[in-house]
Write a new protein. Structure first.
Length: 201
């Protein structure tokens, strides 16, 4: 049970890391360009419409069984909330603050890193939190390609429908995912408080 929990948390954590790096970068690059922004949001939104069973099976050919197709699929599913919140957070920064930063000689990247990103961070980390909680559920389906995690309990239970242990296995897998969601949510709450200045909490 613990080993499955560690495996489940690991694939989700790695996927969230990749999705955060890619999603925040895409948000930075496109938030001032409406056409590019809409294209990226449409593209990442379209990824969410792909049925998870189908995507896992499609990735099975090039990536094989195991964690790899699960991580790639979860990264794809995790992009849209992070891109959307990054764009929303950066666009919510007061233009007067940006002008003041420009007036003291900060270039675009300095403004992004020192001014805009810290002010937008509460919105961005909310997007990462939403992505994480969503991916915790989808990761269970990764058991169809022998991915690690609590999905193994759920699929084993479904395969034994009609037997005394079926419901117990499905409940064990479901409760495991719920417990992980509570742990991750508490972790993100703590990280948000620690990484956000008191003035903008």
């Amino acid at each position: 049970m613990l080993e499955m929990g560690i495996g489940h948390a690991s694939v989700v954590g790695l996927s969230v890391l990749f999705a955060s790096i890619i999603g925040i970068a895409l948000g930075f690059v496109t938030y001032r360009n409406s056409r590019a922004r809409e294209f990226v949001l449409a593209l990442t939104g379209a990824m969410l419409t792909i049925p998870s069973f189908a995507l896992f099976i499609l990735l099975l050919g090039p990536l094989g069984l195991g964690a790899k197709p699960v991580v790639v699929a979860l990264t794809m599913y995790g992009l849209m909330p992070i891109v959307r919140n990054t764009v929303a957070g950066l666009n919510s920064v007061d233009p007067a603050v940006i002008e003041s930063a420009r007036g003291v000689g900060l270039n675009r990247w300095q403004r992004l890193l020192r001014i805009e990103l810290p002010l937008a961070w509460p919105v961005i980390i909310t997007g990462i939190r939403v992505t994480t909680l969503t991916l915790l559920g989808i990761a269970a389906i990764g058991a169809i390609v022998n991915g690690p995690g609590y999905g193994e309990f759920i699929f084993t239970g479904l395969a034994r429908v009609g037997t005394p242990v079926a419901v117990n296995l499905v409940l064990a897998g479901t409760l495991g995912v719920i417990i992980l969601a509570i742990i991750f949510d508490a972790l993100f709450y703590a990280v948000r408080r620690l990484t956000t200045s008191k003035g903008i909490r």
